[in-house]
Design a protein around this ligand. Structure first.
Ligand SMILES: Cc1cc2nc3c(=O)[nH]c(=O)nc-3n(C[C@H](O)[C@H](O)[C@H](O)COP(=O)(O)OP(=O)(O)OC[C@H]3O[C@@H](n4cnc5c(N)ncnc54)[C@H](O)[C@@H]3O)c2cc1C
Length: 491
């Protein structure tokens, strides 16, 4: 790749993280077969999100045929929506079948990386003090990776067991216990129906109700799996159909109609069918535009809330005491176990890593108020550095794997462009990055995410640094080829 320096780097490419992003990147490099690469993974296994989120009921809310690599279809998914264990097994298989496992260093957490302006290499250190150099650095460290524990007074004083949904404790039995589940977002909606039949009492602390639509999950019939195995084009056709249907929904998010749209009417009707008690229904009725926060899908959440041992506390949690939780009305409710289903620090992409670009500039300092990038993938001043699932590449309506694969294609094209120009490094121009962000900011203002709700999509500066505000095929078009006029090339 590019011009050779006196001391060649240890690797052409160093990748941090072995989830969908890091593995996908590694597989593409392996398939191309011309570049050396290493994957640094801080944990002991691959999988990322799907290794960490092992809570009861954990599953993807994108159908299995779409939530997988385009180059590695799996005809053996057992359900329409893949459960966590199957996604994890799929990623383990991919790591082995594509021969990338031997490139992964497990237990190697990227601690710092600094761009060496003179040598045109990234100088990388892992937390255990080992050093390496690479021409390009790709972050696959995840966008929803760092658990977000709420700042509730007295949290540390609680004397029972407590944990975050992404750090599930299999060693603690919930049977017969009084459990407080804090949060009613995507994870809580999956956890509630699974633990409600086991626990003595489940108190569910809600801050804001979610819009929920039916999931219509089910087993994939044996004949369909046989069909996918024997005639792979049928699976490809199914995948394309699911993609297209999801993509159609984007219109309602990007350009929300003045009046309530049909999706909201259907969700309200679903709520009315499932919850007979008007008081409970009232508590579960969202008061913001559908889509402004993530729309959830579930077949069994509402029925679980009608159980005698489940109580929805719509005033939320105000504080913790040694014995339980104080709700928003000041009432202390005893609990043996507190589970935080409070999501992640969104876009906390690199706060645990020190990335230094040209001239020693710090990415953490530049991103203090919210991260921004060019095509969610490159940052001006950080040559040959790529972030997969970076700022504004998240989605509210379709599969993240589609976005990740688009970004990987962009990285591959950038590396090929360097080869073709015999250049050691490329850096996106600050002006190109500004123009790109101005364009997406304008789109976000018009979108449903700009309709005034508070959500984890928003950063402390009030801006949405999380979502891609357009159709995903437009992202794919933009990431297909490097627009050389938007870059500076080192010589
Ligand atoms: C509970 C949950 C449900 C989700 N459901 C959906 C869904 O339904 N549909 C959808 O499209 N997306 C969903 N997502 C988003 C999901 O994260 C992405 O689809 C995808 O899994 C992201 O893959 P990734 O490799 O980019 O990140 P991750 O899966 O987060 O992987 C990051 C990897 O980097 C490693 N790492 C982190 N820091 C370091 C470091 N310093 N050094 C070395 N390694 C490091 C981590 O250990 C991890 O293995 C969900 C996310 C969560 C958390």
């Amino acid at each position: 790749m590019g011009r050779m320096n006196a001391a060649p780097p240890d690797f052409d490419v160093a990748i941090a993280g072995a989830g969908f992003s890091g593995l996908g990147m590694a597989i593409r490099l392996k398939q191309e077969g011309t570049r050396s690469f290493v994957v640094l993974e801080k944990a002991q296994t691959v999988g990322g999100t799907w290794r960490d989120n092992r809570y009861p009921g954990a599953a993807c809310d994108i159908p299995s045929n779409l939530y997988s690599f385009s180059f590695a279809p799996n005809p053996n998914w057992t359900r329409l929506y893949p459960p966590q264990q199957e996604i994890q097994a799929y990623l383990e298989d991919c790591a082995s079948c594509f021969g990338v496992r031997e490139h992964i260093r497990f237990g190697a957490a990227l601690a710092r990386a600094a761009w060496d302006d003179a040598a045109h290499v990234w100088r990388i250190e892992t937390r255990d003090g080992r050093a390496l150099t690479a021409r390009a650095l790709v972050s696959g460290m995840g966008g929803l990776h760092v658990p977000n524990l709420p700042d509730l007074p007295g949290r540390e004083s609680f004397q029972g067991e407590s944990w975050h949904s992404a750090r599930w404790r299999d060693d603690v039995s919930l049977a017969g216990k009084r459990v407080a589940l804090i949060g009613t977002g995507a994870s809580a909606v999956q956890i509630t129906p699974r633990i409600a039949p086991i626990v003595a009492q489940l108190d569910l602390y809600q801050r804001t109700p979610s819009w929920i639509v039916p999931k219509r999950d089910g087993a994939v019939p044996g004949w369909a799996r046989t069909l996918f195995q024997r005639l792979p084009f049928t699976q490809e056709a199914t995948r394309r159909l699911i993609y297209a249907v999801n993509e159609l929904r984007a219109k309602a998010f990007l350009d929300p109609p003045e009046k309530e749209w049909i999706g909201a009417k259907l969700a309200r009707a679903y709520l009315a069918r499932q919850i007979a008690d008007p008081a409970l229904r009232e508590k579960l009725t969202p008061r913001y535009r559908m889509g402004c926060k993530r729309v959830l899908i579930s077949d069994d959440y509402y029925p679980a809330l009608t159980r005698a041992n489940v109580e929805l506390i719509a005033s939320g949690a105000r504080a913790l005491t040694p014995r339980g939780v104080i709700d928003g009305e000041g009432v202390e409710r005893p609990a043996d176990i507190v589970i935080y289903a409070t999501g992640f620090k969104p876009m906390d992409l690199i706060s645990h890593v020190d990335i230094r670009g040209a001239g020693g500039r710090s990415l953490n300092e530049e991103w203090a108020n919210g991260p921004s990038a060019y095509l969610g993938t490159m940052v001006s001043g950080y040559p040959n550095f790529f972030t997969l699932m970076g700022p504004n590449s998240g989605l509210g309506h379709n599969s993240m794997i589609y976005m990740i694969e688009s970004q990987i294609a962009f990285v591959m094209d950038a590396l090929r462009t360097l080869d073709a120009r015999n250049a050691p490094a490329l850096d996106v121009k600050a002006e190109a990055q500004r123009a790109f962000n101005a364009e997406i900011e304008a789109k976000l203002k018009k979108s449903v995410w700009g309709t005034g709700c508070t959500s984890w999509y928003l950063s402390p500066d009030g801006k949405n640094h999380t979502l891609w505000p357009d159709f995903t095929f437009k992202f794919r078009e933009r990431t297909k080829h490097v627009r050389v006029e938007e870059f500076e090339f080192a010589q």
